[in-house]
Structures are given as structure tokens and as C-alpha cells.
Design a protein around this ligand. Structure first.
Ligand code: SAM
Length: 231
């Protein structure tokens, strides 16, 4: 059973699911699509036959995986929010499952690849919860399987970091004004970006969860980063 906090966080998307992806594209000047494609290319290097898009939302990472794969893998998406999944199901015919990332309804060693895009901040309720979920990801990966994490990050350059934080703050304030009923969701978005781990911290956490190797690459001066970890 999801906790109240897990329900609250995934419930934030109830008010925004119908324009979620359009807002992403607007807020990142379209970069979100390039970033998902970049993560998908890294994820597909070993031609995975079975892929899980964890916290798939409206299914856009799953779609990127399918579009860029030479040999089409079997793709499953999982999310805790039925409204987000309803949009995903309209856009593609992969198998979409309602479920909690912390307690996955899959057998051990079920997938060659698990990917999560822009959702680690959602499952990082506490570091302990986050590590538990990463252990669960590891459990459903085959030995040698790959975990890809695409998430916002912290630009290394302090000046660019300041601009990034200022941009986030301004855009969130504008969104709160335009749509006050979703203000809690937007504030969560802003706070979770500021509070999320640095690339080095995240690599350490992945190792703590039992992964063998964790490497990362920055995107757009460090506004986002892709971590790749191996079971
Ligand atoms: C920011 S969206 C990311 C969606 C998608 N991966 C993307 O790239 O746009 C975060 C998603 O995580 C889901 N989520 C939050 N907590 C979850 C949990 N405990 N288990 C499964 N999904 C969860 C939300 O419902 C939401 O769809």
C-alpha cells in the first residue's frame, strides 16, 4: 500500500495530467525531449529486450525508447497515478500498470533495463525510502541489467547554478499565479529540484542500493543529468 505521502505526491498530477507534457516542453524550451532521447540512447546500447519505464507518467520515456530502438523491446510502464497512465495509454499500446515504485509487482530478474525520467524526486520522500526503491529496482533487474536515471541536477558553475535556480523560482511563481489550485504541486516541483542530490551524492546512493557501477553525464551545463548503474 502506498503511504499518504506517496499518494499526495502522485496526486499532484491529478490537476495537471492533461497538459503535463506540454508544460514540460514549454518550461524547458523543448529540451526535455532531447534529454529523454539522450537517456534512451544510453539505455539502448546493449539492445535490452525487456524495459520498464518506472513512474512513466504520460509514457514519454517509454515512447522515446521504442522510437530509438533498432530491435523493438517489450516495454512496460508503471505509475501510481491513473490519470497520467490514461494519457500514456492513449499515446501508445505498451503495457501500462498502476503500481507503486517501492513495491514492484514483478518477479526478480524480470527486466534488462529499468529507466526513470524526471521522477526520482517524486520517490525521494526520504533518503531511506529512495534507497529502498532503488533496491526494488535492482531486484527486478536481471544480473548485468541497466538502470538509467534522468533527473534535474545542479549546474557545476555557480553562476549558471544561480540562474537555473532563479529561472525555476520565477517560472514556478508565474505558474502558481496562473493556476492557484495547483500551487502545491508547483511548489513541490520547485523545492524538490533545489533539494535533490548532486551527481556525486546520487552515484553514492546507487552504490548503497547495491549497484555495481554508477556513472553519470551532465546535460545542458548540469541542469539535468543521466546516471547509468549496473546490477
Ligand atoms: C514528473 S512525473 C514524470 C513522468 C515521466 N517519467 C516523464 O518523463 O515525464 C512523475 C511521475 O511519478 C509518478 N509517481 C510518483 N510517486 C510514485 C510512486 N511511488 N510510484 C510510482 N509512480 C510514482 C507520478 O504519478 C508522476 O506520473
Amino acid at each position: 500500500m502506498p503511504t499518504e505521502t506517496e499518494k499526495t505526491i502522485s496526486g499532484f498530477y491529478d490537476g495537471i495530467f492533461h497538459f503535463y507534457e506540454a508544460a514540460n516542453i514549454f518550461l524547458t524550451f523543448g529540451l526535455v525531449r532531447l534529454w529523454r532521447n539522450q537517456a534512451a540512447r544510453i539505455a539502448l546500447k546493449n539492445n535490452p529486450a525487456s524495459c520498464l519505464d518506472l513512474c512513466c507518467g504520460t509514457g514519454d520515456f517509454a515512447i522515446a525508447l521504442n522510437k530509438l530502438a533498432v530491435k523493438k523491446p517489450k516495454i512496460t510502464g508503471l505509475d501510481l497515478n491513473p490519470s497520467m497512465l490514461s494519457i500514456a495509454a492513449k499515446k501508445s499500446n505498451f503495457s501500462f500498470i498502476l503500481g507503486n515504485a517501492r513495491k514492484l509487482p514483478f518477479a526478480h530478474d524480470a527486466f534488462d533495463l529499468v529507466g526513470i525520467s524526471f521522477a526520482s524526486r517524486n520517490i525521494n520522500i526520504s533518503q531511506e525510502f529512495f534507497v529502498d526503491t532503488l533496491k526494488e529496482v535492482r531486484r527486478v533487474l536481471k544480473p548485468g541489467g541497466v538502470f538509467i536515471n534522468l533527473e534535474t541536477s545542479h549546474p557545476e558553475n555557480p553562476f549558471i547554478h544561480k540562474i537555473f535556480l532563479l529561472y525555476t523560482k520565477i517560472i514556478i511563481s508565474v505558474l502558481c499565479l496562473l493556476s492557484p489550485k495547483n500551487a502545491k504541486a508547483y511548489r513541490f516541483l520547485s523545492n524538490s529540484i533545489t533539494e535533490f542530490y548532486t551527481v556525486e551524492e546520487l552515484s553514492k546512493i546507487l552504490m548503497e542500493a547495491g549497484f555495481k557501477k554508477a556513472e553519470f553525464s551532465y546535460l545542458f551545463f548540469g541542469a539535468a543529468a543521466i546516471h547509468k548503474a549496473i546490477k
